[in-house]
Design a protein around this ligand. Structure first.
Ligand code: SF4
Length: 448
């Protein structure tokens, strides 16, 4: 984070050609300085300058990438101590252990749980996304890769076995977790294969010393396991690591952290509670002793909440959403594209079992009243959207249900939409099922 926008501008070719996606070199330089654009987006910068700028603007906690293909995960890349200072960047991966020492039935059960445990929440798929493969060997890793292709892998074992596992992984990058005492051999292996490596030790001092050795050996992508002995020490270590990286730019600790909350308790509820504390403070990978639906769902929702950028509202795309298989006599309901509103309204319509056309108008993610106040969900913009979206070709009737909160625009909207009857819906989404059932009967009766 060492260069200002003006300093970066001085290193750009200043063609103002817009190929980077920004209108001027100046605008691009400001975005690069703010960490919102990659210097590589300008094709005309000398590679040496790219390296220099990338180094100077890199976050104090290195971004380490795992996986490959459609399953690429970024760890670290953090720039702040607390979320309210800006935002947290890359959410921690959460998963459990699959070990070569487990029975075949247990391995099957765990793999099946990974497949079964997933939830759609405000359009985001929540599921466990990392497997800690203990005593990793090539057949086990091959099976996990085939059956859980979306999961990142942490492979723990001896060097010989992990070399075989890397052949199975191909271009997919796992995180290597060396058996204790084998660190030196792993430096060469990780560097040669271009995969990240866990640096672990019995104390934070040992981790710092090994991390410095790894840096001296030319390794760039590391993940730290501080080896803390108790819960208090764990959280102290995590705070020291983050503060040292952010406040003093201490390179040996400027890496993501892997954690194992089950090391500190045999009580699963306590383990999950620890995991919930590790999401904001400051784990990049959390390995649980086992997965249970209740625990995992809560951790994933917490993760989503903590790692959602508070400056960017969650949105859904503008368009026509058919719910419950609507036809030409089904009600038409319109609302904004704030994700929470969409999922509440959609959920109530689904629950009502009334076939319905749900129109989602782009309001930049603002909720109904805020969007109306901002001029993004008024009679003119709604009318324009209804005319162009094509709903008139999908239904025979001309009845449009607007949110109850927008009752005041009914008359104006009917003027803007000649031929349409604007019906004021309930103020709360929970009122929709009864409302839609009655409206459906009215539309059918009129058409009969
Ligand atoms: Fe300037 Fe490079 Fe962007 Fe062109 S692509 S406008 S030269 S920063």
């Amino acid at each position: 984070m060492g260069l200002t926008g003006i300093q970066i501008l001085g290193k750009l070719p200043k063609k103002n050609c817009k190929e980077c996606g920004f209108p001027t070199c100046m605008a691009f330089a400001m975005k690069v300085a703010a960490g919102q654009a990659e210097i590589t987006a300008c094709p005309y910068v000398d590679p040496k300058v790219v390296e220099e700028i990338a180094e100077a603007t890199a976050p104090p906690i290195r971004t380490v990438k795992l996986g490959g293909g459609d399953a690429i995960y970024s760890l670290g890349g953090e720039t702040v101590l607390f979320r309210h200072e800006r935002r947290f960047e890359n959410p921690p991966l959460i998963g459990t252990i699959i070990s070569s020492s487990m029975s075949g039935d247990e391995v099957d059960r765990r793999i099946n749980l990974y497949k079964k445990l997933s939830w759609d929440r405000v359009g985001i798929l929540l599921r466990p996304d990392v497997v800690y493969v203990e005593g990793a060997n090539a057949p086990l890793v091959k099976r996990i890769r085939e059956e859980l292709p979306w999961c990142a892998l942490v492979l723990a074992g001896d060097k010989g076995n992990l070399e075989e596992c890397l052949k199975v992984c191909g271009d997919f990058k796992p995180l290597l977790y060396p058996a204790k005492g084998e660190t030196e051999g792993f430096f060469e292996l990780a560097k040669g294969k271009g995969v990240p490596l866990v640096i672990s030790g019995d104390s934070l001092d040992e981790v710092v010393s090994l991390s410095q050795k790894a840096l001296d050996a030319g390794l760039k992508d590391l993940v730290l396991d501080p080896g803390s002995k108790g819960v208090r020490e764990l959280f102290e270590d995590l705070m020291i690591i983050r503060r040292s990286a952010i406040k003093t730019k201490f390179k040996p600790l400027g890496f993501p952290i892997i954690t194992f909350p089950y090391r500190y308790t045999d009580d699963y509820l306590l383990e999950v509670s620890l995991a919930s504390l590790l999401i904001p403070r400051y784990a990049s990978i959390i390995i649980l002793s086992q997965l249970s639906a209740g625990a995992l769902f809560n951790l994933l929702v917490e993760r989503m909440n903590i790692y959602t950028d508070p400056q960017k509202p969650l949105v859904v795309e503008e368009g026509i959403y058919p719910v419950n298989g609507p036809n030409e006599l089904s009600p038409v309901v319109i609302t904004c594209n704030f994700a929470l509103t969409y999922f509440l309204v959609n959920g109530e319509i689904e629950g009502s079992r009334v076939p319905t056309w749900l129109l989602i108008k782009d309001t930049d993610g603002l909720s109904v009243l805020t969007a109306w106040a901002a001029g993004k969900f008024g009679a003119d913009t709604i009318a324009e959207f209804v005319k162009k979206c094509g709903i008139a070709e999908k239904v025979k009737h001309r009845k449009l249900v607007i949110p109850g909160l927008l009752a005041s625009i009914k008359g104006e909207l009917e003027e803007e939409l000649p031929g349409w009857e604007v019906i004021v819906g309930p103020r709360e989404a929970s009122g929709l099922p009864a409302f839609l059932r009655q409206l459906q009967e009215e539309i059918k009766a009129k058409a009969a």
